[in-house]
Design a protein around this ligand. Structure first.
Ligand code: UGY
Ligand code: MN
Length: 266
């Protein structure tokens, strides 16, 4: 993957070839433009923030690149809910002291109030997607921790010729305030409509390439790119290239509107 590195010598055309765009309604974030962060509580771990409230999002998403033996320095519990998806490498994820070995495309949901720790195994760096947000509690029991693998999840194909959906979290359980799905596309397939919906998205390209239309603008995206889509951002896509494309999609769901405190006239 092309990753930010101070280029020597400076190549021509950096600006012309830039694909990164941030607007109030959406962002396209190719990996080469995202500068690394480090975080207290992590060792031998580079954090690449993909979206956060600073962008306008109501959740945060990051890619962690962890060297073998690296990870968290201690067990963490920040009160947020977390979703982890391993793109490459090997990770042992602890939830409340129980260890789970993740292989590529393994994933885990850590509900609010639970402890987690991360340790990279293997002999090369691993790439772990991390989604987190404050849990929106309702009058239902908080979901339990969940660990699984994309290969175990049914590919739903109803009414979607050439495309499939994998619901990584239990979609019937309204206690969840997020869905995380994998959507797959054969070349030439596209959505049956331009979607315009209240749900917000974080999209991480897992495989292939696509033309994505966001608020009327076309963008070409490929594996390891990230897209943030705000609430109501019009969205549409075509699968391009010669192989299937697939992405990991965060979506906020199952909650009513919350109004800001009234101001002005009474
Ligand atoms: O379910 C969805 O909202 C999905 N079809 N949106 C998307 O992939 N941009
Ligand atoms: Mn959508």
């Amino acid at each position: 993957m092309e990753r930010y590195a101070p280029p020597k010598p400076l190549p021509f055309g950096v600006y012309a070839h830039n694909r990164g765009v941030v607007t109030p309604q959406y962002a396209v974030m190719p990996p080469e433009g995202i500068l690394p962060s480090r975080l207290p509580g992590f060792e031998r771990t580079t954090v690449f923030f993909l979206t956060s409230p600073e962008m306008g999002a109501h959740f945060a998403q990051a890619a962690l690149e962890i060297e073998p033996g690296g990870g968290t320095t201690a067990s963490r519990n920040d009160g947020l809910e977390h979703f982890f998806y391993l793109v490459s490498g090997a990770v042992t994820l602890g939830i409340d002291g129980t260890s789970h070995d993740l292989t590529p495309h393994g994933y885990a949901y850590v509900p609010t109030g639970h402890h987690y720790d991360i340790r990279a195994g293997g002999d090369g760096p691993c790439r772990l997607i991390w989604i987190k947000r404050p849990y929106s509690q309702i009058d239902l029991p908080i979901p339990a921790p969940l660990v699984d693998h994309r290969d175990n999840v049914e590919r739903m194909r109803a009414h979607t010729q050439g495309r499939y959906w994998q619901y990584l979290l239990p979609v019937e359980d309204l206690a969840f305030d997020m869905h995380v799905n994998v959507l797959g596309f054969e070349p030439g397939t596209y959505f049956p409509c331009v979607e315009t919906h209240i749900m917000e998205h974080g999209l991480y390209m897992l495989e292939g390439q696509m033309l994505y239309q966001l608020a009327g603008d076309w963008h070409e995206v490929k594996a390891d790119d990230f897209i943030w889509m705000s609430h109501y951002c019009p969205q549409f896509c075509f699968c391009t290239g010669w192989g299937e494309a697939a992405y990991l999609l965060y979506k906020d769901v199952n909650r009513d509107i919350s109004f800001p405190a009234p101001t002005g006239r009474r």
